[in-house]
Design a binder for this molecule. Sequence first.
Ligand SMILES: NC(=O)c1ccc[n+]([C@@H]2O[C@H](COP(=O)([O-])OP(=O)(O)OC[C@H]3O[C@@H](n4cnc5c(N)ncnc54)[C@H](O)[C@@H]3O)[C@@H](O)[C@H]2O)c1
Length: 258
Amino acid sequence: MSVHDDRFAGKKVVVTGSAQGIGLAVARRLTAESAELTLVDRSELVHEAAAELGAHSVTADLESYEGAETAVASALERHGRIDVLVNNVGGAINFKPFTEFAAEEIQAEITRSLLTTLFSCRAALPAMTGQGRGVIVNVSSCATRGIHRIPYSAAKGGINALTASLAFEYADAGIRVVATAPGGTEAPPRRISRGTPPPRSAREEEWFQAHIDQTLASSLLKRYGTLDEQAAAICFLASDEASYITGTVLPVAGGDLG
Ligand SMILES: NC(=O)c1ccc[n+]([C@@H]2O[C@H](COP(=O)([O-])OP(=O)(O)OC[C@H]3O[C@@H](n4cnc5c(N)ncnc54)[C@H](O)[C@@H]3O)[C@@H](O)[C@H]2O)c1
């Protein structure tokens, strides 16, 4: 990982879903680049990550608006302002043909991968507009064009839409709103499960494998990305180096445009 030592010096940054995976990789890079962090997660493991990084941490369930308000209030109490909000919470739960999804499973995907970001943006924007500046980086997905996770694809399409429209609505307030769309990303085994049920049959295993095969086939580079490759793009967009970029969704997926 190559970093820009002081790119975030003096910046107060909130990263959601930062107990593991892409969120933790972003938090590690931001720390190396001198940011002052609030790590938000619903898992207690977030406190372990915060101890490693010397960051502030708060547990909150961002699937409720109250959780988002709690997280923002805690960040403001500790740091007084929010310069950057990285909305990273999300992730597909189920992998199967659309007609296999029960109604409550569809709802759970939208709640996990769309409402969390909507709620966090709504909770953080008043502080940002009060400051007269701020950056929101949403973590979308190239699965906006993919198989076997249609409700998740729809949720991430919503993330792209709210990124563009919030950028439009809050540009005059000095706020940039951007997103990355990661492709398949290699990571160590998850310590915190997304709640994906283990496959109960060869057919369910095939459904899961099919989304991996499609992800690789859709990428020009024919490989998964790394956590560092995702964190590098998120941190660039969050930084002042990206000051003329807003409303944009940057695919980070080896050529898969999503
Ligand atoms: N990993 C990939 O291959 C990939 C590909 C494309 C997009 N993405 C997107 O990148 C983001 C991160 O993915 P990941 O694989 O690193 O995630 P992950 O599942 O490994 O980790 C998600 C983190 O968010 C936390 N979290 C989940 N629900 C929460 C809630 N309601 N409130 C607070 N915290 C909550 C979890 O505890 C966990 O720490 C997601 O938005 C995902 O959709 C990931």
